[in-house]
Design a binder for this molecule. Sequence first.
Ligand SMILES: *[C@@H]1O[C@H](CO)[C@@H](O)[C@H](O)[C@H]1NC(C)=O
Ligand SMILES: *[C@@H]1O[C@H](CO)[C@@H](O)[C@H](O)[C@H]1NC(C)=O
Ligand SMILES: *[C@@H]1O[C@H](CO)[C@@H](O)[C@H](O)[C@H]1NC(C)=O
Length: 335
Amino acid sequence: MWAVLPVLCAGAWLLGTPACDAAALSVSAYEKFHFKSWMEKHQKKYSSEEYHKRQQTFVSNWRKINAHNAKNHTFKMALNQFSDMTFAEIKRKYLWSEPQNCSATKSNYLRGTGPYPPSVDWREKGHFVTPVKNQGGCGSCWTFSTTGALESAIAIAGGKLLSLAEQQLVDCAEDFNNHGCQGGLPSQAFEYILYNKGIMGEDTYPYTARDGVCKFQPKKAIAFVKDVANITLNDEEAMVETVALYNPVSFAFEVTEDFIQYRKGIYSSTSCHKTPDKVNHAVLAVGYGEENGIPYWIVKNSWGTYWGMDGYFLIERGKNMCGLAACASYPIPLV
Ligand SMILES: *[C@@H]1O[C@H](CO)[C@@H](O)[C@H](O)[C@H]1NC(C)=O
Ligand SMILES: *[C@@H]1O[C@H](CO)[C@@H](O)[C@H](O)[C@H]1NC(C)=O
Ligand SMILES: *[C@@H]1O[C@H](CO)[C@@H](O)[C@H](O)[C@H]1NC(C)=O
């Protein structure tokens, strides 16, 4: 992987970009020391060639984090497990590389008129949300958004709080336009579970973070879907209604570079898009609220508990921020 960078840099230089920033940083002793501590904390090991490149990327990220935090933004950034990677690398490994069929999804959700409570948090209402999971280096966010939504919907409907098998969706759901580690959509995954007649548990179909052959065993299915609700394109108020009255809701949005090092606060961006063709990550809204006049969603991510606020983030609500209302859905469980 390290060999790719000089080629990209050379290309940029030929096109007239004055310098290849990543290769030109002069790194202070303090920054070198900080990189070493970060490596230790995250148990990172590199070859001697890779070390230099990772140090450059780390320092570039760290400087961006410090510059961001020095300004009065509604969210703070911090170093995390991604800090030695460029955004291009993260995109390839963790996000959808090509657009999914978000806008093709037909809606069937009819919204009421409210009013809705000012805040909701399904984590506090009872035993309704499973612990944050970690997708690893596979573009399978959509499977975690799917299992998270179904796990909660079943528990809220009176069933047990189960942990369901993302790997089954990675391996088996391709007939519904899903593509394993290359992407997919929660709405399409709910359809798969509906027509496949069930999904197995995490314990009987463990997660490997790799594409694999389908090993679904019908007798071991423990969770079932009887219908899928697709929320109307850009109807963020319908998402509020869903979370207020029914259960958490799966949604997709566009992750841009500044989101990767999110630490806490209300994420908001001026660089992301709002259209369904640009969304590249799926997650689960488990609540909403408002702070200092800024409404937000409470969102469960699938990048482990070390990331963000114990694996969660807040994102500004009411503006279709980063296309978050482009592609929302939830399952109606069979309990
Ligand atoms: C920072 O932003 C908050 C909320 O937007 C505002 O209330 C506060 O006055 C700002 N502080 C500074 C120092 O600009
Ligand atoms: C979108 O839907 C079309 C038609 O069903 C399908 O051929 C195409 O592969 C889908 N694209 C993705 C990325 O799933
Ligand atoms: C909901 O969306 C999925 C996939 O995006 C689609 O297959 C399904 O037909 C939609 N449901 C309805 C009722 O339109």
